[in-house]
Design a protein around this ligand. Structure first.
Ligand code: UDP
Ligand code: MN
Length: 264
C-alpha cells in the first residue's frame, strides 16, 4: 500500500501567515495519505491556526512550542540581517517527537518531509517522496541564492555533484557536506524512529548548528552522500523556497481597524 507522508511545517504569527497556511493546506489537500504536522512558534496554540486547520481538509496535528532565547539572535540589526538566525528548530523537533511518540519502528511505513509555511510545492513531488527508502534529495527553486539548488544525479540515481553555490565558493563549502535546503530532502520514517536521539540543531560532533547548516547537520546523522537517493529530475523543480512579501498596509493605521477578526 501507499506509504504515508508526514509533512512537518513550522509556522509563526505574521501578517501573511493565514494566506500562506491556506495556500499550503489547499495544495496538500490534493495529496492522498498525508498527515500535516503544523507546529506554531508560540507558547499556546493560536485561534487563527486552530480555526484554519479545522476548515482544512488535510488530516492534521496541531502543536506549539515557543522558540527559546537560545535561538533568538542577540546580534544588533545590521549583523542579524547579514548572518540571520536558525529558525524553526524547536518546532521541527516537536514534530519529530510527535512522530516518535505515536509510531513504532516495527509497524510503521512512511516518509517525513519538512516544508516551511511560505514555500510552494507541486503535488507531483509527493509521488517522488513516497519512494524514499532512506533519504531522498531533489531540487529546490530559489534556494541557496540561485535559481535552484539541488543534486546533480547520474543514471544510477546517485548524486554525482551538487548544483549549489556553496559547493563552489561559499565560506560554508568545506562544512556543508550535503548542501541542500530544508525542503530539498525526505527521510524514511523508520530512520527517524530507529534513531530517536537525532534532532535538528546539532551536528554529528554535538555542536550547535550554524546558520545554513541545519540540513547537512541533520542528514549527516542519518546518511552519507553516497547513500542519498535522487528523486525528480536534474532539469525540473517541484518545490520552491519562496517568501511571501509583506502587504502594503500604509493606510491601515488611519482606519478604525478590525484587523484581528479578519485575520482569524
Ligand atoms: N519561523 C518560526 N519562528 C520565527 C521565524 C520563522 O517558526 O520566529 C518559521 C517560519 O514560519 C517558517 C520557517 O520557520 O516556516 C522558516 O522561516 P522563514 O521562512 O522566515 O525563513 P527563511 O525561509 O527566510 O530562511
Ligand atoms: Mn521561508
Amino acid at each position: 500500500s501507499l506509504p504515508a507522508v508526514f509533512v512537518i511545517t513550522p509556522t509563526h504569527t505574521c501578517t501573511t501567515q493565514k494566506v500562506d497556511l491556506t495556500s499550503l493546506c489547499q495544495t496538500l489537500s490534493l495529496v492522498p495519505k498525508l498527515t500535516w504536522i503544523v507546529v506554531e512558534d508560540s507558547r499556546t496554540k493560536t485561534k487563527l491556526v486552530s480555526h484554519l486547520l479545522s476548515k482544512c481538509m488535510v488530516e492534521s496535528v496541531h502543536l506549539s512550542v515557543a522558540t527559546s532565547t537560545k535561538y533568538k539572535s542577540s546580534l544588533p540589526w545590521p549583523l542579524y540581517r547579514m548572518f540571520g538566525t536558525v529558525r524553526g528548530v524547536e518546532q521541527r523537533n516537536a514534530g519529530l517527537r510527535w512522530l516518535r511518540e505515536n509510531y513504532h519502528p516495527k509497524n510503521s511505513s512512511g516518509v517525513v518531509y519538512f516544508i516551511d509555511d511560505d514555500n510552494k510545492i507541486d503535488v507531483r513531488l509527493f509521488s517522488e517522496i513516497r519512494k524514499t527508502k532512506e533519504v531522498s534529495v531533489f531540487n529546490v527553486g530559489f534556494a541557496g541564492g540561485v535559481y535552484y539548488e539541488g543534486p546533480v544525479c547520474g543514471e544510477d540515481g546517485r548524486v554525482r555533484e551538487w548544483h549549489s553555490p556553496s559547493a563552489e565558493w561559499s565560506i560554508w563549502a568545506s562544512s556543508r557536506k550535503i548542501p541542500i535546503d530544508m525542503a530539498g530532502f525526505a527521510v524514511n520514517l523508520h530512520l527517524i524512529l530507529a534513531r530517536p536521539e537525532v534532532l535538528i540543531g546539532r551536528d554529528v560532533r554535538g555542536a550547535d548548528s550554524r546558520v545554513g547548516q541545519l540540513e547537512t547537520d541533520l542528514l549527516e546523522h542519518f546518511t552519507t552522500r553516497e547513500r542519498l537517493e535522487c528523486r525528480g529530475s536534474n532539469s525540473e523543480v517541484l518545490v520552491w523556497h519562496t517568501k511571501t512579501a509583506d502587504p502594503n498596509l500604509k493606510h491601515e493605521f488611519h482606519y478604525p481597524s478590525d484587523r484581528a477578526s479578519v485575520a482569524v
